[in-house]
Design a protein around this ligand. Structure first.
Ligand code: GTP
Ligand code: MG
Length: 335
């Protein structure tokens, strides 16, 4: 008898590709959604420039990395000179300015790893997070956007995985599961590891884009229009890839030993990163290296209980795709 992880993909897997692609299309944000987002950004930038005329406003996260759905929030980073003021003081002042300008539910969240002001737009109801001088987020947003332009299967896979994660309740960092950003990195790394490869490792190529953030160089090959055919030799369909993605995280990934690393286009060992023992609150049970902040493990939120939940969900997803008559429905059933 074959063991679970040696199972081959069902022969009729490709019959689910049209259904999955239709679902992907339905998740893409509408033109109306994009223009509402732009309006929010315009009114925000008006408010900000009154108090900080030299501040530059950058969009980051899924509203700018091309992995955003109609449900995604708007993430904004303000680049500015803070002088003698601390980030916390600036955020508290910003919260006042936004309240005065009639934004809703304005709240300064100072204690987070990345302190932000959160608010919502009275017109569209969008929720918006604003951080100050977090240029790593701006750099990784561009990296994700550039990867997305190389092979369309990345966007398709990542939209389906994000959608699955939201419906199955495993996209909540405050409850010990993974961020959207972590899921996208898992998709990129997975496609870097296919044979033949579907994505290259941009950080291992000639550096055509260099941005210095707090003394760390964020550099990679960004002339992605030259890489349009990169994945062409690999003919795998989105149904096969989705199946293989869940299969990898259910049965193949070595959770005890490995770290996934988009930076190297490979997995590396926990040993090499010194992520073998618990340091403070960082448990390193499921390790996802941030491509630029390499000391940052996006899996640090995962604990003994939530890693079990995650692995059970990966196994469930693999089983649905393997066995069900209508996996396009059952895979995404809310938990
Ligand atoms: P959705 O809003 O769920 O569509 O996805 P998103 O890509 O915007 O993810 P999220 O709002 O969770 O994060 C916003 C951005 O913050 C990411 O895209 C990254 O650029 C940046 N970021 C950097 N480090 C972290 C981290 O540790 N956790 C999260 N969540 N985001 C990070
Ligand atoms: Mg977001």
């Amino acid at each position: 008898r074959m063991r679970r992880w040696q199972v081959e993909c069902r022969p009729d897997i490709d019959t689910f590709t049209p259904g999955l692609l239709a679902l992907y299309e339905s998740l893409k944000p509408s033109e109306e959604h994009k223009s509402n987002q732009q309006q929010l950004v315009d009114s925000l930038s008006k408010s900000v420039s009154k108090e900080w005329p030299n501040a530059q406003l950058h969009l980051y996260g899924s509203c700018a990395n091309s992995f955003g759905t109609s449900h995604s929030d708007v993430d904004v980073c303000l680049e500015m000179e803070t002088g003698s003021e601390s980030i916390a003081e600036v955020l508290l002042k910003l919260a006042d300015v936004l309240r005065t300008d009639n934004f809703d539910n304005v709240e300064a969240i100072i204690s987070a790893r990345v302190p932000i002001v959160r608010m919502s737009d009275p017109g569209s109801g969008f929720s918006c997070d604003i951080c100050i001088n977090n240029l790593f987020a701006v750099a990784n947003t561009k990296l994700l956007k550039d990867y997305a332009q190389i092979d369309q299967r990345l966007l398709q896979l990542a939209f389906l995985v994000k959608h699955w994660a939201k419906l199955r309740g495993v996209n909540e960092t405050y409850r010990g599961t993974l961020s959207s950003y972590a899921y996208v990195l898992m998709c990129i790394n997975f496609l870097q590891l296919r044979e033949p490869k579907i994505l290259p490792c941009l950080q291992a190529m000639e550096q055509t884009y260099i941005m210095n953030v707090d003394g760390t160089e964020c550099a990679y090959f960004d002339e992605v229009h030259q890489l349009q055919d990169f994945g062409a030799e690999n003919k795998e369909s989105i149904a096969e890839l989705l199946w293989a993605f869940f299969h990898y995280w259910a049965f193949h990934h070595d959770y005890r030993r490995d770290v996934i690393s988009v930076r190297t286009g490979n997995t590396i060992s926990k040993q090499e990163k010194n992520w073998t023992t618990r340091v403070g609150n960082d448990r390193h049970l499921m390790c996802i290296e941030d491509p630029f902040e390499t000391a940052h493990d996006l899996g640090r939120v995962v604990d003994r209980q939530t890693i079990r939940i995650l692995r059970e969900e990966f196994e469930r997803a693999a089983a649905k795709l393997q066995n069900d008559d209508d996996p396009c429905v059952t895979l995404f059933e809310p938990y």
